[in-house]
Design a protein. Sequence first.
Length: 601
Amino acid sequence: MQTQLNWDMERIFKGGSDSEELSQFIDGIRETISEAKKLIINWSAEQANSHTTELLDFLDKRQTAYDNLSEASTFSRGILSANVDDSKAAKRVNELSRLGSEMSDVETLFMKKLKAVPEDQWTELIAHEGLKQSSFNLNEKREKGKKLLSEKEERIIQQLSLDGLEGFGNVYQSLVNSIRVPFKKDGELSTLSAGQAANKLSGDPDPAVRESLLDNWELTWHAKAPLFADTLNHLAGFRLQTYELRGEDHFLDPALEYNRLKKDTLDMMWDTITENKPKVVDFLNRKAKLMGKDKLNWADVTAPISLGDFEPKSYSFEEAQSLVVDHFASFSQEMKELAETAFEQNWVEAEDRDGKRPGAYCSNLPMSGESRVFMTFSGSANNVSTLAHELGHAYHSHVMRDLPHLNRRYAMNVAETASTFCEMVISSATVEAAESIEEKIALLDSRISRAAVMFMNIHSRYLFETRFYEQRQKGLLDEKELSQLMEDAQKEAFQNALDTYHPMFWASKLHFHITGVPFYNFPYTFGFLFSLGIYSHAKNQESAFEDDYRELLRDTASMTTEDLAEKHLNVDLTQPDFWQAAIDEVLADIDEYMTLTDSYI
Ligand SMILES: [Zn+2]
């Protein structure tokens, strides 16, 4: 068990942001990158088949460079996340993103070289013993190579993005760090960081606290709205400009390609969800009634519900760990052991204090074979889910650790598969173990609420973002237009089921400002339903599903998502059946919830 609330970073590099060890390690990365660069420059693509060894040498060096970069970045970003005022850590992060961008140059060279391999040599090349495992990925890179601009132009874009795209991402982060939300409880006024306030908004059991905080939350973001409008407009502008230069047909294409997903699949997912929304609205209305309201507000959706004498359970960090370990064990011995290792080696930064960045994430240390989980643990059931979720990410990298680097880069839509699956393992077990009807209602509520977020909240993000990009192609949008677009999307996605929305969501939600991946919204819902579909599939399986599941996860970066589903689940994602089966799991929960709560309204 992890007895402290802070993670152990000293195991990785001694000395925090001052680490001499880290400095030397970073020097080593610099050298590896330049060696990798030389190797790929000297590789003769025109005579690829007689120079396969040189290509394998490059791939080896490339892997070392990427794995070392991840190791150093997880450490440096981690130090900065745990103390946003650590300027030395911020410098390290900046230094590493410069190295990352040098590596992007190498990647461009690599893709260009793959493109230059003559057609008649290509099939033979990727069938080579040392390469065939990565043939999908090599094909993908070759196709991407065909779209790229010249090496020089790509380098210019890359260099300028450090002070462009990345720069605006950093400004956004600084703005968020400066956010202080006024908070009044028991007559005492204090201020909360964005992370603390977000936690309270989604988890505080007192409706009055949530309601007053929601007002302050909206106002606090609103006070800086023009600044956030700048960052959002420029982030999108930079992207759109780049897409135009590369001749992309549609702004959604790079996101779909990145997720190895067909537009038909994405549309089918949202269409099937929309058809099933009326029942989710029934749930939201019932939840409102149970809270003594006509309609829920934005923050109520995920709020815990307590009926009768039932008080929402507050978990200690130790209890959360036991829950995770015990319930992982009921599904997979390997998942359980990984969680135990994580806790024994202090992988988790959990303390609830000021000065941390908001949100939660899991980041990997490929050289040490470990991961680190960052979060703020304040004792809610949601926090326990988050802990399980992030450890799911750790498990996913754990089962892929021996694959070639090319086969480990899974996209975001399937990245959320293992994490969501872990959440489900926890919640199913806790619902089943409920000791009273009130407890069961509370647990079901939290599970359905999470689905409601996936179906409505994330849908509103998708609607907002696609419409925003559509309009942004024609020019800038001011803060009023952004808020209007956001509120309209929320009303549509929630089918008008709420009485208060969150127009400033476009500023308060980090995901709209993530620089690494565009359209980081639908992958959540996708991963959620994909997991749920797998979970539903697993329940109907006679043999141990654990091994199949492990194989599916290992394949997540080696084929398209449609092929992954076809191969391991035998389903067609462009058809409604798989989606409906996954949604039916939620609808069954809603049915049970309606029956159990009947006597409370
Ligand atoms: Zn996640």
